[in-house]
Design a protein around this ligand. Structure first.
Ligand code: ADP
Ligand code: ZN
Length: 754
């Protein structure tokens, strides 16, 4: 805990942001004593340079005379960059996720703020002292341009923006300055707000009307429970488990409104802003119609926009932030409610250092603030369900869709049988799916076809010798890009011309394996030559405007069939979609990941949820080669409890999360023998030191055994509590000497297995 020590109040402890990785004491100059606070960003002298740092303690426990200390230079931002709760969150997260102070602070404080970004100001000029008659004539004779400018300003009723004025009149800045020197003109600075929150994502949701539907009885019950929890004013986590289309957003909004009415702050997390423009738009439309300013927080903000968003929250001018993972660190004041929508989404876990889980950090931050945390999903993670089962979280369930719309009917197509005898033998689109697509097209209804993301890439395969084009630096197949006939590695970016014949056996026919969205689009176009089909893939996702345009066109009915990966499934709500096809349901099932069944179940339920959101019932066609696999069967029947029961049983048996925490420890280096050597040594250390407090699996090669010529190996630690071992594990690691060419990283509560 941070505490103030009055006898040394003119000292502070600062963590530099430049890789020093420990706190240093500094003296506070008299000019700064009024502005230095806990969490202030300060400029400090360090190693002969001027660096930035964050004040993490007022006073210092170190036994140093203040005279001996260097003075900090200045306070950089007018508000603390870390509020009191964020400082505590920092201290917890930095340790829990086994990362460095620097990396954690970097993740928590936006770059623009760290760079000392200031509000954009504008210079204005107004009339100062009016010259006498005599002075006017001197001025007109000696400096006619100055006189012209002064005359103009004199005739205006308010101050003029300096830069555009000078430009318009063709007058130099020095002319203006000499008028200021003579006191004829006065210059003033005014802070200018950028159009931060009017970011263009919102335009998508121009239709986001502010209608307030009457709550269904299940929604109303959930809202009552949430309101009661909010009134209780203590920490609690509630799971909102509602089927797709059950109106969870409406429930969140009622909770937000109550908190905001009592001047509380709200963080509303969505898995990825760019992928959930509808949700973001709806939240904003609702709140802003009630005069509540909502700040949007995502990775595409410009520095200026980021600064304005940050300042609006830090100053307490805005109370609500809607954003992706990193918004969990936004400087919201008086935080009373944190919402994590689609809490099961793996994208909440950051894939690089610091490897924090946005949902878990959200829960901890709510805890620090005695706030309520709502985690919501149609397909909650097993971790969350287990927390409900153990009574740590309360739950509100919504089992029916709004307006009693039916959950869609789900057909399973066995692609093995289809491949043997179907009318469309060998095609990635089964005859059942093709017939349904034709039917919808004729009825002028819309369809969406999803591809499992894992099956998204297309690789080159020789049908004769089985050769697959692999990257020479990474152990993964190269992806074939039809547009420019190249093969590329998505890990290291290597790009080569696609060969015409097999490089190994010289067979002339080299083929493409996998079903890219392009291929599906072509096949469907052949089935329905006149249908308007549009593909959404990584390319269109990266072009924000294109993505928006496609979604808008789809909404207004300019597109009949949308083809994309499951990436686009999140939060799509199009009433005219009555058919959803999942082309390859089992691709996510046969991967080396103990969450494979969970992911497959979630995938089927979530994509199915995009159908039948309007007045007409929806239908779903799931193509699979393993129709009897439990996650597929449970998903087909929308049997959440059945799936949960069976899957928890499996996890319990193998000691997987949620019963144990998993820490993944990855080592990599160019020399595989060296990596293996150090891992052996290290593994012995760990078992000697921890005994049976840590169950170790490995070392073994990582699923992607090589990236950029570096060999990768991993260890798994199974522990009842990561919190209980992580400090000593990190300390042990710090004392373990390794060759500099071998690099390691820990991932606590790992979600990404590759
Ligand atoms: P979910 O997130 O649970 O899938 P949404 O919040 O997207 O569901 O709601 C689905 C649709 O139903 C939205 O268009 C929403 O505006 C609408 N809706 C929500 N609650 C009601 C209600 N009580 N009555 C009518 N329509 C509602
Ligand atoms: Zn590569």
């Amino acid at each position: 805990m941070l505490q103030e020590n009055s006898s040394t109040a003119n000292l502070v402890e600062v963590i530099p942001l430049s890789g020093f990785n420990k706190a240093l004491a500094y003296a506070v100059p008299a000019t700064c004593t009024a502005t230095v606070e806990l969490g202030s960003l300060v400029r400090i002298p360090l190693r002969g340079r001027s660096e930035l740092g964050v004040v993490i303690q007022l006073g210092s426990g170190q036994d140093i005379a203040p005279e001996k200390l260097k003075m900090l230079y200045e306070v950089v931002q007018e508000y603390p960059v870390l509020t009191a709760d964020l400082l505590e969150l920092y201290q917890w997260a930095q340790k829990y996720y086994a990362t460095t102070p620097e990396a954690m602070l970097e993740a928590m404080i936006p770059t623009a703020i760290r760079r000392g970004m200031k509000p954009k100001t504008r210079l204005y000029v107004a009339m100062g002292q009016t010259p006498t008659q005599e002075q006017w004539s001197v001025l007109e004779k000696r400096a006619p341009k100055q006189a012209e400018l002064l005359r103009f300003v004199q005739q205006q009723i308010c101050a003029q923006a300096r830069a555009p004025l000078l430009k318009r009149m063709g007058i130099s800045a020095s002319a203006c300055e000499s008028l200021v020197k003579k006191n004829y003109l006065i210059e003033t600075q005014t802070e200018e707000a950028r159009e931060a929150y009017a970011d263009d994502l919102s335009q998508l949701e121009t239709i986001a009307s502010d209608t307030r539907p009457t709550l269904t009885s299940e929604q109303a019950l959930a809202v009552d429970n949430l309101h009661a929890a909010i009134s209780a004013d203590t920490f609690a986590v509630r799971l909102l488990h509602g089927v797709t289309g059950s109106g969870k957003t409406e429930v969140y909004l009622h909770a937000v409104e109550k908190v905001v009415a009592e001047k509380g702050g709200v963080i509303f997390l969505v898995p990825e802003v760019a992928l959930a423009p509808q949700t973001v738009g709806r939240v904003r439309a609702r709140l802003e119609a009630r005069g509540v300013r909502t700040v949007v927080w995502h990775s595409h903000l410009s520095d200026g926009e980021r600064y304005d968003a940050w300042k609006a929250l830090a100053s307490g001018e805005a109370h609500v932030v809607v954003g992706a993972r990193s918004a969990v660190f936004a400087p919201v004041q008086n935080l009373k409610l944190v919402i994590v929508d689609e809490e099961h989404e793996p994208s909440y876990k950051q894939d690089d250092n610091p490897r924090y889980h946005g949902r878990d950090v959200a829960v901890y931050r709510a805890h620090l603030n005695s706030a309520i945390c709502i985690v919501g999903s149609a397909t909650p993670s097993l971790e969350t369900l287990y927390n409900v089962e153990r009574g740590k979280y309360a739950v509100d369930r919504i089992l029916n869709r709004v307006d009693n719309r039916k959950l869609p009917r789900i057909h399973l197509v066995d692609m093995r049988r289809e491949g043997l005898s179907g009318r469309r033998k060998g095609s990635p689109i089964s005859s059942l799916l093709a017939d349904h697509l034709v039917d919808r097209y004729e009825k002028k209804e819309q369809s969406i076809l999803f591809l499992n993301r894992r099956g998204f890439s297309t690789s080159l395969l020789c049908p004769d010798c089985g050769f697959v084009a692999e990257c020479e630096h990474c152990s993964i197949p190269m992806t074939y890009h039809r547009t420019d006939k190249t093969i590329r590695c998505h890990l290291c970016g290597l790009e080569q011309k696609a060969p015409h014949s097999c490089p190994k056996c010289k067979a002339p026919e080299i083929r493409y394996r996998g079903q890219g969205t392009q291929k599906i689009e072509d096949v469907v176009q052949r089935i329905l030559p006149r249908a308007r089909i549009v593909r959404m893939d990584a390319d269109s996702m990266s072009k924000k405007n294109l993505y928006r345009k496609i979604l808008n066109d789809f909404r207004i009915g300019k597109i009949d069939i949308l083809v994309g990966t499951q990436m686009i499934a999140k939060g799509l709500d199009f009433p005219n979609v009555t058919l959803v096809g999942l082309v390859d349901a089992d691709r996510s099932l046969h991967v080396e990941d103990f969450r494979a069944a969970e992911r497959t179940f979630q995938l089927i339920v979530q994509v199915s949820g995009r159908a039948g959101r309007g007045d007409r019932a929806g239908e779903v066609v799931i193509q699979t080669s393993t129709p009897h696999a439990p996650p597929i069967q449970f998903a087909r029947k929308s049997d959440f409890d059945g799936f949960q029961l069976e899957e928890l049983e499996q996890r319990r048996e193998f000691n997987y999360p949620p019963f144990q925490h998993l820490i993944r420890h990855l080592f990599r280096g160019r020399n595989p023998e060296k990596v293996e050597f150090y891992m052996e040594q290290w593994t012995q250390q760990v078992s000697r030191h921890f005994g049976d407090r840590i169950v170790i699996r490995g070392p073994a090669p990582a699923p992607i055994a090589k990236i950029r010529d570096e060999y990768r190996y991993q260890l798994w630690y199974f522990v009842p509590s990561a919190q209980a071992v992580i400090d000593s594990l990190v300390a042990l690691r710090e004392d373990f000497k390794m060759d500099r060419t071998v690099v390691d990283q820990m991932d606590v509560d790992a979600m990404h297995m590759s």
